[in-house]
Design a protein around this ligand. Structure first.
Ligand code: HEC
Length: 197
């Protein structure tokens, strides 16, 4: 409950009739009957993971902040999810969760490793992926302990053939996003490893 208060979830959610004067998000009083602790955790760290039924528009607009992963420790997350899982009031109008299946035809993933000249992983370095196409948004991610990164880009069926520039510090590589627009099963992705000093 403390974590819930600290991170001001009440700005958009109601619990026990309190909070969310502007009614931006769903009432959470029955969330413990609808989601497991694991799924609550996932939703908080990645709001795109699922959405509350009837809130498709708010979900698409990304109204639930995508910042808790940066602001909360794993411990806080566990405590918050444990608290929410105790909210089991079947009389409350907490909407059913709808799980989002990643739509293959909506994106392209660039992933790989960044290593130094000696082959050691470079951790915590920012990697950028920029589609060379008008109005396309660049994506970025930081490498983990193993030097691994993964960047999701919004590329659609008609974008097959787009060149993407991947860069980290002084390293840069190009890759062409080639895929069959009619194939909605095979993951659309390219592996790009970089050597950065
Ligand atoms: C700026 C508004 C806003 C804030 C702040 C916010 N949320 Fe949300 N949240 C929403 C909206 C809007 C939805 C419904 C759309 C969706 O599911 O993405 C939602 C959905 C949810 C759901 C799914 C509910 C269901 O019935 O499936 C959970 C769980 C949730 N939020 C938990 C939290 C927690 C915990 C916090 C604080 C760490 C928080 N939210 C902060 C706006 C917000």
């Amino acid at each position: 409950m403390e974590v819930y208060e600290l991170h001001e979830c009440y700005n958009c959610h109601k619990v026990g009739g309190k909070g969310s004067v502007k009614k931006r998000g769903p009432v959470l009083d029955n969330i413990g009957n609808l989601l497991t602790i694991e799924d609550i955790k996932k939703k908080i760290f990645d709001p795109t993971y699922l959405y509350a039924e009837g809130f498709e528009k708010e979900h698409k607009k990304g109204q639930m902040p995508d910042k808790y992963k940066e602001l909360m420790t794993e411990e806080e997350l566990a405590a918050l999810a444990a608290y929410l899982s105790t909210l089991k009031n079947p009389a409350a109008e907490t909407p059913k969760p709808v799980f989002v299946k990643t739509k293959i035809e909506h994106g392209f993933i660039v992933y790989g490793y960044v290593r130094d000249g000696g082959g050691k992983p470079v951790a915590g370095i920012e990697v950028q992926a920029k589609p060379l196409k008008e109005h396309a948004h660049a994506g970025s991610a930081k490498t983990n302990q193993e030097g691994y990164y993964e960047i999701f880009l919004h590329l659609h069926n008609e974008d097959s053939g787009t060149k993407i520039t991947i860069s980290a510090k002084n390293a840069q590589k190009d890759v062409v996003a080639n895929y069959d627009p009619n194939d909605k099963v095979t993951k659309r992705q390219a592996a790009v490893d970089l050597v950065a000093s």
